[in-house]
Write a protein that binds this ligand. Structure first.
Ligand code: KIV
Ligand code: ZN
Length: 512
Protein backbone atom coordinates (compact mmCIF):
# COMPACT_ATOMS: atom_id res chain seq x y z
CA UNK A 1 0.00 0.00 0.00
CA UNK A 2 1.43 3.38 -0.96
CA UNK A 3 0.09 6.68 0.23
CA UNK A 4 -0.74 9.66 -1.99
CA UNK A 5 -0.42 12.85 0.06
CA UNK A 6 -3.19 15.40 -0.32
CA UNK A 7 -1.91 18.98 -0.30
CA UNK A 8 -4.90 21.28 -0.06
CA UNK A 9 -4.50 24.79 -1.44
CA UNK A 10 -8.12 25.95 -1.13
CA UNK A 11 -7.03 28.68 1.29
CA UNK A 12 -4.22 29.93 -0.97
CA UNK A 13 -4.66 29.25 -4.71
CA UNK A 14 -8.42 28.80 -4.22
CA UNK A 15 -8.88 31.93 -2.18
CA UNK A 16 -6.89 33.92 -4.74
CA UNK A 17 -9.70 33.52 -7.31
CA UNK A 18 -12.26 36.32 -7.70
CA UNK A 19 -15.35 35.77 -5.55
CA UNK A 20 -13.63 33.37 -3.14
CA UNK A 21 -11.83 35.60 -0.69
CA UNK A 22 -12.34 34.73 2.97
CA UNK A 23 -11.85 36.54 6.22
CA UNK A 24 -9.35 35.27 8.78
CA UNK A 25 -12.13 33.62 10.86
CA UNK A 26 -13.63 32.00 7.78
CA UNK A 27 -10.25 30.58 6.80
CA UNK A 28 -9.83 29.18 10.30
CA UNK A 29 -13.24 27.51 10.15
CA UNK A 30 -12.40 26.01 6.77
CA UNK A 31 -9.00 24.82 8.05
CA UNK A 32 -10.65 22.96 10.95
CA UNK A 33 -12.90 21.19 8.45
CA UNK A 34 -9.94 20.36 6.18
CA UNK A 35 -8.24 18.76 9.17
CA UNK A 36 -11.38 16.70 9.81
CA UNK A 37 -11.42 15.73 6.15
CA UNK A 38 -7.92 14.35 6.64
CA UNK A 39 -5.78 16.40 4.26
CA UNK A 40 -2.03 16.03 4.81
CA UNK A 41 -1.03 19.63 4.12
CA UNK A 42 -3.01 22.87 4.39
CA UNK A 43 -1.51 25.69 2.36
CA UNK A 44 -3.01 28.41 4.51
CA UNK A 45 -1.94 31.42 2.47
CA UNK A 46 0.85 33.55 1.04
CA UNK A 47 2.12 35.20 4.24
CA UNK A 48 3.79 38.22 2.69
CA UNK A 49 0.90 38.99 0.33
CA UNK A 50 -1.35 40.69 2.88
CA UNK A 51 -1.96 41.25 6.56
CA UNK A 52 -5.03 39.04 6.26
CA UNK A 53 -3.01 36.14 4.84
CA UNK A 54 -0.38 36.50 7.55
CA UNK A 55 -2.99 36.52 10.32
CA UNK A 56 -4.81 33.53 8.86
CA UNK A 57 -1.62 31.43 8.63
CA UNK A 58 -0.68 32.43 12.17
CA UNK A 59 -4.10 31.59 13.61
CA UNK A 60 -4.35 28.30 11.73
CA UNK A 61 -0.84 27.39 12.93
CA UNK A 62 -1.90 28.08 16.50
CA UNK A 63 -5.24 26.30 16.40
CA UNK A 64 -5.30 23.52 13.83
CA UNK A 65 -3.73 20.21 14.75
CA UNK A 66 -2.96 17.31 12.44
CA UNK A 67 -2.02 18.51 8.96
CA UNK A 68 1.24 20.22 8.07
CA UNK A 69 0.59 23.96 7.80
CA UNK A 70 2.27 25.59 4.83
CA UNK A 71 2.89 29.15 3.65
CA UNK A 72 3.80 30.21 0.12
CA UNK A 73 6.79 32.48 -0.51
CA UNK A 74 8.48 33.78 -3.64
CA UNK A 75 12.13 32.86 -3.82
CA UNK A 76 13.15 35.96 -1.87
CA UNK A 77 14.43 36.25 1.68
CA UNK A 78 11.76 38.63 2.94
CA UNK A 79 8.91 36.31 1.85
CA UNK A 80 10.58 33.35 3.52
CA UNK A 81 11.14 35.26 6.77
CA UNK A 82 7.49 36.36 6.89
CA UNK A 83 6.31 32.80 6.17
CA UNK A 84 8.52 31.46 8.96
CA UNK A 85 7.13 34.05 11.36
CA UNK A 86 3.52 33.24 10.49
CA UNK A 87 4.16 29.50 10.88
CA UNK A 88 5.98 29.80 14.19
CA UNK A 89 3.34 28.07 16.34
CA UNK A 90 2.57 25.23 13.93
CA UNK A 91 3.47 21.80 15.28
CA UNK A 92 4.23 20.63 11.75
CA UNK A 93 5.21 23.31 9.25
CA UNK A 94 6.40 23.73 5.69
CA UNK A 95 7.69 26.68 3.67
CA UNK A 96 6.77 26.49 0.01
CA UNK A 97 8.98 28.59 -2.19
CA UNK A 98 8.73 29.02 -5.95
CA UNK A 99 10.20 30.69 -9.00
CA UNK A 100 9.33 30.44 -12.68
CA UNK A 101 11.52 28.26 -14.90
CA UNK A 102 9.94 28.72 -18.33
CA UNK A 103 11.61 30.95 -20.89
CA UNK A 104 8.58 33.16 -21.31
CA UNK A 105 8.28 33.81 -17.56
CA UNK A 106 12.02 34.30 -17.04
CA UNK A 107 12.34 36.70 -19.98
CA UNK A 108 9.19 38.83 -19.61
CA UNK A 109 8.20 38.54 -15.97
CA UNK A 110 11.38 37.95 -14.01
CA UNK A 111 13.82 39.48 -16.52
CA UNK A 112 16.37 36.97 -15.31
CA UNK A 113 18.75 34.57 -17.01
CA UNK A 114 18.79 30.82 -16.30
CA UNK A 115 21.92 31.23 -14.19
CA UNK A 116 20.27 33.94 -12.09
CA UNK A 117 17.21 31.75 -11.54
CA UNK A 118 19.40 28.84 -10.40
CA UNK A 119 21.19 31.15 -7.99
CA UNK A 120 17.85 32.28 -6.57
CA UNK A 121 16.70 28.69 -6.10
CA UNK A 122 19.90 27.85 -4.26
CA UNK A 123 19.60 30.85 -1.94
CA UNK A 124 15.86 30.54 -1.32
CA UNK A 125 15.79 26.83 -0.53
CA UNK A 126 18.83 26.91 1.72
CA UNK A 127 17.51 30.03 3.46
CA UNK A 128 14.10 28.41 4.05
CA UNK A 129 15.87 25.36 5.55
CA UNK A 130 17.33 27.64 8.22
CA UNK A 131 13.77 28.11 9.56
CA UNK A 132 12.06 24.76 8.90
CA UNK A 133 12.98 21.18 8.10
CA UNK A 134 10.31 20.76 5.48
CA UNK A 135 10.79 22.90 2.36
CA UNK A 136 8.83 22.54 -0.85
CA UNK A 137 10.14 24.00 -4.08
CA UNK A 138 7.96 24.67 -7.15
CA UNK A 139 9.19 25.39 -10.68
CA UNK A 140 6.40 27.71 -11.77
CA UNK A 141 5.23 27.03 -15.35
CA UNK A 142 7.15 23.74 -15.31
CA UNK A 143 5.18 22.29 -18.23
CA UNK A 144 6.42 25.04 -20.56
CA UNK A 145 9.99 24.96 -19.29
CA UNK A 146 12.98 23.76 -21.29
CA UNK A 147 13.56 20.18 -20.10
CA UNK A 148 17.29 20.33 -19.43
CA UNK A 149 16.88 23.56 -17.49
CA UNK A 150 13.97 22.15 -15.52
CA UNK A 151 16.12 19.17 -14.45
CA UNK A 152 18.88 21.55 -13.39
CA UNK A 153 16.44 23.69 -11.37
CA UNK A 154 15.06 20.65 -9.55
CA UNK A 155 18.53 19.28 -8.92
CA UNK A 156 19.62 22.61 -7.44
CA UNK A 157 16.60 22.67 -5.11
CA UNK A 158 17.29 19.11 -3.92
CA UNK A 159 20.99 19.82 -3.39
CA UNK A 160 20.09 22.76 -1.20
CA UNK A 161 17.67 20.92 1.04
CA UNK A 162 14.24 20.75 -0.61
CA UNK A 163 12.13 17.90 0.77
CA UNK A 164 9.28 18.17 -1.75
CA UNK A 165 9.56 19.07 -5.43
CA UNK A 166 6.40 20.35 -7.04
CA UNK A 167 5.77 20.39 -10.79
CA UNK A 168 3.03 22.91 -11.54
CA UNK A 169 1.09 23.04 -14.77
CA UNK A 170 0.57 26.71 -13.98
CA UNK A 171 -1.37 27.62 -17.11
CA UNK A 172 -3.28 24.35 -17.51
CA UNK A 173 -1.48 23.58 -20.78
CA UNK A 174 -0.51 19.94 -20.39
CA UNK A 175 -2.18 16.89 -21.94
CA UNK A 176 -2.21 13.70 -19.79
CA UNK A 177 0.10 11.54 -21.95
CA UNK A 178 2.54 14.40 -22.30
CA UNK A 179 2.44 15.13 -18.58
CA UNK A 180 3.10 11.46 -17.79
CA UNK A 181 6.17 11.62 -20.01
CA UNK A 182 7.38 14.76 -18.25
CA UNK A 183 7.11 13.02 -14.87
CA UNK A 184 8.88 9.94 -16.23
CA UNK A 185 11.67 12.10 -17.65
CA UNK A 186 12.11 13.94 -14.36
CA UNK A 187 12.29 10.64 -12.47
CA UNK A 188 14.88 9.31 -14.94
CA UNK A 189 17.05 12.39 -15.30
CA UNK A 190 17.23 14.25 -11.98
CA UNK A 191 19.84 12.98 -9.51
CA UNK A 192 18.43 12.15 -6.05
CA UNK A 193 14.83 12.65 -7.12
CA UNK A 194 14.03 9.49 -5.13
CA UNK A 195 15.10 11.28 -1.93
CA UNK A 196 12.20 13.77 -2.11
CA UNK A 197 8.45 13.60 -2.49
CA UNK A 198 7.46 14.45 -6.04
CA UNK A 199 4.31 16.55 -6.31
CA UNK A 200 2.08 18.04 -9.02
CA UNK A 201 -0.14 21.12 -9.09
CA UNK A 202 -2.45 21.26 -12.11
CA UNK A 203 -4.70 24.05 -13.32
CA UNK A 204 -7.88 23.41 -15.24
CA UNK A 205 -7.71 25.79 -18.21
CA UNK A 206 -8.34 22.92 -20.65
CA UNK A 207 -10.47 20.94 -18.19
CA UNK A 208 -7.62 18.45 -17.71
CA UNK A 209 -6.37 19.23 -14.20
CA UNK A 210 -7.72 16.05 -12.60
CA UNK A 211 -6.73 13.87 -15.57
CA UNK A 212 -3.20 15.29 -15.51
CA UNK A 213 -2.88 14.81 -11.75
CA UNK A 214 -4.03 11.18 -11.99
CA UNK A 215 -1.62 10.49 -14.87
CA UNK A 216 1.22 11.87 -12.77
CA UNK A 217 0.23 9.68 -9.82
CA UNK A 218 0.36 6.62 -12.08
CA UNK A 219 3.94 7.49 -12.95
CA UNK A 220 5.08 7.79 -9.34
CA UNK A 221 4.03 11.21 -8.07
CA UNK A 222 3.03 10.90 -4.40
CA UNK A 223 1.67 14.35 -3.56
CA UNK A 224 -1.13 16.14 -5.39
CA UNK A 225 -2.05 19.75 -4.88
CA UNK A 226 -5.74 20.39 -5.19
CA UNK A 227 -8.68 22.40 -3.89
CA UNK A 228 -12.18 21.75 -2.60
CA UNK A 229 -14.70 22.13 -5.44
CA UNK A 230 -11.71 22.74 -7.75
CA UNK A 231 -11.65 26.48 -7.01
CA UNK A 232 -8.52 28.44 -7.93
CA UNK A 233 -6.92 30.88 -10.33
CA UNK A 234 -8.88 31.27 -13.63
CA UNK A 235 -10.53 27.91 -14.43
CA UNK A 236 -9.41 26.59 -11.06
CA UNK A 237 -7.18 23.84 -9.69
CA UNK A 238 -7.59 20.08 -9.73
CA UNK A 239 -10.57 19.17 -7.59
CA UNK A 240 -9.69 17.34 -4.38
CA UNK A 241 -12.89 15.31 -4.28
CA UNK A 242 -12.50 14.08 -7.86
CA UNK A 243 -8.90 12.94 -7.39
CA UNK A 244 -9.61 11.23 -4.09
CA UNK A 245 -12.71 9.42 -5.34
CA UNK A 246 -11.04 8.38 -8.60
CA UNK A 247 -8.27 6.71 -6.59
CA UNK A 248 -10.80 5.06 -4.30
CA UNK A 249 -13.38 3.94 -6.86
CA UNK A 250 -10.78 2.77 -9.40
CA UNK A 251 -8.50 0.80 -7.09
CA UNK A 252 -8.55 -1.89 -9.78
CA UNK A 253 -6.76 0.55 -12.09
CA UNK A 254 -4.52 2.49 -9.72
CA UNK A 255 -3.45 -0.48 -7.63
CA UNK A 256 -2.68 -0.23 -3.97
CA UNK A 257 -2.62 3.54 -3.69
CA UNK A 258 -4.54 5.24 -0.91
CA UNK A 259 -5.14 8.64 0.66
CA UNK A 260 -5.95 9.45 4.27
CA UNK A 261 -9.06 11.39 3.29
CA UNK A 262 -12.20 10.55 5.22
CA UNK A 263 -14.41 10.59 2.14
CA UNK A 264 -17.58 10.83 4.23
CA UNK A 265 -16.53 14.42 5.04
CA UNK A 266 -16.28 15.44 1.37
CA UNK A 267 -19.79 16.75 0.84
CA UNK A 268 -19.82 18.65 4.11
CA UNK A 269 -16.48 20.30 3.28
CA UNK A 270 -17.75 21.29 -0.15
CA UNK A 271 -20.91 22.82 1.32
CA UNK A 272 -19.00 24.64 4.03
CA UNK A 273 -16.87 26.30 1.37
CA UNK A 274 -20.04 27.31 -0.51
CA UNK A 275 -21.59 28.69 2.67
CA UNK A 276 -18.49 30.64 3.60
CA UNK A 277 -17.85 32.15 0.18
CA UNK A 278 -21.47 32.41 -1.00
CA UNK A 279 -20.45 30.39 -4.05
CA UNK A 280 -22.07 27.30 -5.48
CA UNK A 281 -21.03 24.33 -7.55
CA UNK A 282 -22.76 23.57 -10.86
CA UNK A 283 -25.48 20.91 -10.44
CA UNK A 284 -23.61 18.50 -12.71
CA UNK A 285 -20.28 18.84 -10.86
CA UNK A 286 -18.78 15.39 -10.23
CA UNK A 287 -19.03 14.05 -6.65
CA UNK A 288 -20.59 17.14 -4.99
CA UNK A 289 -23.03 18.66 -7.53
CA UNK A 290 -26.75 18.51 -6.72
CA UNK A 291 -27.33 16.07 -9.58
CA UNK A 292 -24.27 13.89 -8.95
CA UNK A 293 -26.46 11.09 -7.59
CA UNK A 294 -29.81 11.98 -9.19
CA UNK A 295 -31.29 9.50 -11.62
CA UNK A 296 -33.81 11.18 -13.86
CA UNK A 297 -34.47 8.77 -16.71
CA UNK A 298 -36.95 5.96 -16.11
CA UNK A 299 -34.51 3.32 -17.33
CA UNK A 300 -31.84 4.54 -14.92
CA UNK A 301 -34.27 4.74 -12.01
CA UNK A 302 -35.46 1.22 -12.66
CA UNK A 303 -31.86 0.00 -12.83
CA UNK A 304 -30.81 1.72 -9.60
CA UNK A 305 -33.85 0.41 -7.75
CA UNK A 306 -33.09 -3.14 -8.89
CA UNK A 307 -29.39 -2.82 -8.07
CA UNK A 308 -27.69 0.50 -7.20
CA UNK A 309 -24.46 -0.46 -8.98
CA UNK A 310 -26.21 -0.58 -12.38
CA UNK A 311 -25.82 3.19 -12.66
CA UNK A 312 -23.91 4.20 -9.53
CA UNK A 313 -20.16 3.68 -9.33
CA UNK A 314 -20.12 4.91 -5.73
CA UNK A 315 -22.78 5.37 -3.09
CA UNK A 316 -23.89 8.88 -2.08
CA UNK A 317 -23.14 8.03 1.54
CA UNK A 318 -19.49 7.27 0.62
CA UNK A 319 -18.96 11.01 0.16
CA UNK A 320 -21.45 12.08 2.83
CA UNK A 321 -23.99 13.16 0.22
CA UNK A 322 -27.41 13.63 1.86
CA UNK A 323 -30.26 11.63 0.44
CA UNK A 324 -33.45 13.70 0.74
CA UNK A 325 -35.02 12.44 3.92
CA UNK A 326 -37.81 13.82 6.05
CA UNK A 327 -35.99 14.36 9.28
CA UNK A 328 -38.23 16.33 11.57
CA UNK A 329 -41.71 17.78 11.84
CA UNK A 330 -43.71 20.39 13.71
CA UNK A 331 -43.82 18.36 16.91
CA UNK A 332 -40.14 17.53 17.09
CA UNK A 333 -38.38 18.88 20.12
CA UNK A 334 -35.03 20.40 20.93
CA UNK A 335 -33.40 17.00 21.62
CA UNK A 336 -34.48 15.59 18.29
CA UNK A 337 -33.13 18.69 16.55
CA UNK A 338 -29.80 18.40 18.34
CA UNK A 339 -29.55 14.72 17.42
CA UNK A 340 -30.29 15.43 13.75
CA UNK A 341 -27.75 18.26 13.70
CA UNK A 342 -25.14 15.93 15.13
CA UNK A 343 -26.00 13.23 12.62
CA UNK A 344 -25.52 15.81 9.88
CA UNK A 345 -22.13 16.65 11.36
CA UNK A 346 -22.89 19.98 13.03
CA UNK A 347 -21.84 20.47 16.62
CA UNK A 348 -23.55 23.48 18.16
CA UNK A 349 -23.45 25.08 21.58
CA UNK A 350 -26.57 25.18 23.78
CA UNK A 351 -27.02 28.87 22.98
CA UNK A 352 -26.79 28.30 19.23
CA UNK A 353 -29.10 25.32 19.48
CA UNK A 354 -31.75 27.56 21.08
CA UNK A 355 -31.44 30.10 18.27
CA UNK A 356 -31.65 27.44 15.59
CA UNK A 357 -34.59 25.81 17.38
CA UNK A 358 -36.54 29.10 17.27
CA UNK A 359 -35.97 29.31 13.51
CA UNK A 360 -36.81 25.64 13.11
CA UNK A 361 -40.17 26.18 14.85
CA UNK A 362 -40.95 29.16 12.61
CA UNK A 363 -40.19 27.03 9.57
CA UNK A 364 -42.15 24.05 10.87
CA UNK A 365 -45.19 26.33 11.16
CA UNK A 366 -44.85 27.17 7.47
CA UNK A 367 -44.14 23.69 6.09
CA UNK A 368 -45.16 20.26 7.28
CA UNK A 369 -42.04 18.25 6.72
CA UNK A 370 -38.50 19.36 7.40
CA UNK A 371 -35.81 17.76 5.23
CA UNK A 372 -32.04 17.60 5.65
CA UNK A 373 -31.69 20.38 3.08
CA UNK A 374 -33.99 22.57 5.20
CA UNK A 375 -31.84 22.02 8.27
CA UNK A 376 -28.73 22.89 6.30
CA UNK A 377 -30.42 26.04 5.01
CA UNK A 378 -31.32 27.05 8.57
CA UNK A 379 -27.70 26.71 9.57
CA UNK A 380 -26.63 28.73 6.57
CA UNK A 381 -28.89 31.61 7.56
CA UNK A 382 -27.72 31.41 11.13
CA UNK A 383 -24.11 31.38 9.99
CA UNK A 384 -24.66 34.62 8.13
CA UNK A 385 -26.36 36.60 10.84
CA UNK A 386 -23.11 38.56 11.37
CA UNK A 387 -22.02 41.88 9.92
CA UNK A 388 -24.42 43.25 7.29
CA UNK A 389 -23.84 46.72 5.86
CA UNK A 390 -27.21 46.60 4.10
CA UNK A 391 -30.41 45.36 5.73
CA UNK A 392 -33.78 45.20 4.03
CA UNK A 393 -36.19 46.07 6.82
CA UNK A 394 -39.47 45.89 4.92
CA UNK A 395 -40.70 45.21 1.47
CA UNK A 396 -44.08 45.06 -0.14
CA UNK A 397 -44.78 43.79 -3.63
CA UNK A 398 -47.85 44.03 -5.82
CA UNK A 399 -48.19 41.87 -8.85
CA UNK A 400 -50.90 40.09 -10.81
CA UNK A 401 -52.58 39.75 -14.19
CA UNK A 402 -52.79 43.13 -16.00
CA UNK A 403 -50.71 44.93 -13.35
CA UNK A 404 -47.24 46.47 -13.42
CA UNK A 405 -45.23 44.58 -10.79
CA UNK A 406 -44.39 47.24 -8.21
CA UNK A 407 -42.26 47.03 -5.05
CA UNK A 408 -41.68 49.39 -2.15
CA UNK A 409 -38.76 48.74 0.16
CA UNK A 410 -37.29 50.18 3.33
CA UNK A 411 -33.58 49.56 3.85
CA UNK A 412 -31.03 50.35 6.54
CA UNK A 413 -27.70 51.52 5.13
CA UNK A 414 -24.95 53.52 6.82
CA UNK A 415 -27.19 54.04 9.85
CA UNK A 416 -30.04 55.57 7.82
CA UNK A 417 -33.43 54.23 6.88
CA UNK A 418 -34.24 54.82 3.23
CA UNK A 419 -37.34 54.06 1.20
CA UNK A 420 -37.98 53.70 -2.52
CA UNK A 421 -40.55 52.35 -4.94
CA UNK A 422 -39.98 50.86 -8.37
CA UNK A 423 -41.74 48.91 -11.06
CA UNK A 424 -40.02 46.03 -12.84
CA UNK A 425 -40.33 43.17 -15.29
CA UNK A 426 -41.57 40.93 -12.50
CA UNK A 427 -41.87 41.08 -8.72
CA UNK A 428 -38.22 40.12 -8.10
CA UNK A 429 -36.97 42.67 -10.65
CA UNK A 430 -39.16 45.40 -9.13
CA UNK A 431 -37.88 44.61 -5.62
CA UNK A 432 -34.21 44.58 -6.63
CA UNK A 433 -34.65 47.86 -8.53
CA UNK A 434 -36.35 49.42 -5.49
CA UNK A 435 -33.47 48.27 -3.24
CA UNK A 436 -30.89 49.76 -5.62
CA UNK A 437 -32.83 53.01 -5.79
CA UNK A 438 -33.06 53.25 -2.00
CA UNK A 439 -29.35 52.55 -1.59
CA UNK A 440 -28.25 54.64 -4.59
CA UNK A 441 -25.95 51.73 -5.44
CA UNK A 442 -25.95 50.04 -8.80
CA UNK A 443 -24.11 46.73 -8.75
CA UNK A 444 -23.97 44.73 -11.96
CA UNK A 445 -26.08 41.58 -11.72
CA UNK A 446 -24.15 38.68 -13.27
CA UNK A 447 -26.39 35.72 -12.46
CA UNK A 448 -29.64 34.93 -10.70
CA UNK A 449 -31.33 31.57 -10.22
CA UNK A 450 -34.01 30.07 -8.05
CA UNK A 451 -35.09 26.51 -7.29
CA UNK A 452 -37.17 24.51 -4.82
CA UNK A 453 -35.02 22.73 -2.25
CA UNK A 454 -37.42 19.89 -1.51
CA UNK A 455 -40.61 18.48 -3.04
CA UNK A 456 -44.13 19.99 -2.58
CA UNK A 457 -45.44 23.51 -3.11
CA UNK A 458 -44.65 24.45 0.50
CA UNK A 459 -40.94 23.86 -0.23
CA UNK A 460 -38.26 26.36 0.65
CA UNK A 461 -36.93 28.22 -2.36
CA UNK A 462 -33.21 28.70 -2.72
CA UNK A 463 -32.16 31.81 -4.63
CA UNK A 464 -28.62 32.46 -5.79
CA UNK A 465 -27.18 35.74 -6.96
CA UNK A 466 -23.80 36.70 -8.37
CA UNK A 467 -23.07 40.40 -8.71
CA UNK A 468 -20.20 42.79 -9.09
CA UNK A 469 -19.81 46.08 -7.29
CA UNK A 470 -16.90 48.43 -8.13
CA UNK A 471 -14.83 45.46 -9.30
CA UNK A 472 -15.68 43.25 -6.29
CA UNK A 473 -17.49 40.11 -7.36
CA UNK A 474 -19.52 38.21 -4.80
CA UNK A 475 -22.16 35.52 -4.67
CA UNK A 476 -25.04 35.20 -2.26
CA UNK A 477 -27.64 32.67 -1.29
CA UNK A 478 -31.05 33.06 0.30
CA UNK A 479 -33.56 30.47 1.41
CA UNK A 480 -37.18 31.02 2.35
CA UNK A 481 -40.62 29.57 1.78
CA UNK A 482 -41.41 32.88 0.04
CA UNK A 483 -39.63 33.15 -3.32
CA UNK A 484 -39.34 36.94 -3.24
CA UNK A 485 -37.96 36.93 0.28
CA UNK A 486 -35.45 34.23 -0.76
CA UNK A 487 -34.39 36.44 -3.69
CA UNK A 488 -34.05 39.54 -1.50
CA UNK A 489 -31.93 37.55 0.97
CA UNK A 490 -29.66 36.25 -1.81
CA UNK A 491 -29.31 39.71 -3.33
CA UNK A 492 -28.43 41.42 -0.04
CA UNK A 493 -26.13 38.53 0.94
CA UNK A 494 -24.15 39.03 -2.29
CA UNK A 495 -24.18 42.82 -2.01
CA UNK A 496 -23.02 42.72 1.63
CA UNK A 497 -20.20 40.37 0.73
CA UNK A 498 -19.07 42.70 -2.08
CA UNK A 499 -19.23 45.73 0.23
CA UNK A 500 -17.38 43.92 3.04
CA UNK A 501 -14.78 42.65 0.62
CA UNK A 502 -14.18 46.18 -0.65
CA UNK A 503 -13.84 47.42 2.95
CA UNK A 504 -11.53 44.51 3.85
CA UNK A 505 -9.20 45.18 0.90
CA UNK A 506 -9.12 48.91 1.69
CA UNK A 507 -8.25 48.13 5.32
CA UNK A 508 -5.45 45.81 4.30
CA UNK A 509 -4.09 48.47 1.94
CA UNK A 510 -4.27 50.94 4.81
CA UNK A 511 -6.77 53.20 2.97
CA UNK A 512 -9.16 53.32 5.94
O1 KIV B 1 0.10 27.53 -10.37
C1 KIV B 1 1.22 27.66 -9.85
O2 KIV B 1 2.26 27.57 -10.50
C2 KIV B 1 1.26 27.95 -8.43
C3 KIV B 1 2.60 27.85 -7.76
C4 KIV B 1 2.83 28.96 -6.82
C5 KIV B 1 2.73 26.50 -7.13
O3 KIV B 1 0.25 28.20 -7.81
ZN1 ZN C 1 -1.54 27.47 -8.93
Amino acid sequence: MEKVYIFDTTLRDGEQAPGFSMTVEEKLQMAHQLAKLGVDVIEAGFAVASKGDFEAIKLISEEVDGPIICSLSRAVERDIEVSAQALKSAKRKRIHTFIATSEIHMKYKLRMSEEEVLERIKKAVSYARKFVEDVEFSCEDATRSRREFLYKAIETAIKNGATVINIPDTVGYAIPQEFEKLIEDILNNVPNIDKVILSVHCHDDLGLAVANSLSAIRKGVRQVECTVNGIGERAGNASLEEIVMALKVRKDFFGELYTDINTKEIYKTSRLLCRITGSFVPPNKAIVGDNAFAHESGIHQHGVLSHPLTYEIMRPEDVGFPVSKIVLGKHSGRHALRRRLEELGFEVSEERLNEIFEKFKELADKKKEIYEEDIEALLYQEFHSGEEPVKVLKFQVQTGEGMFPTATVEVLFEGQRKRATSTGNGPVDATVKAIEKALSLHPKLIDYSIKALTPNTDAQAEARVVLEYEGYRASGRGVDTDVIRASVKAYTDALNRALLRKEYVRKIKGEV
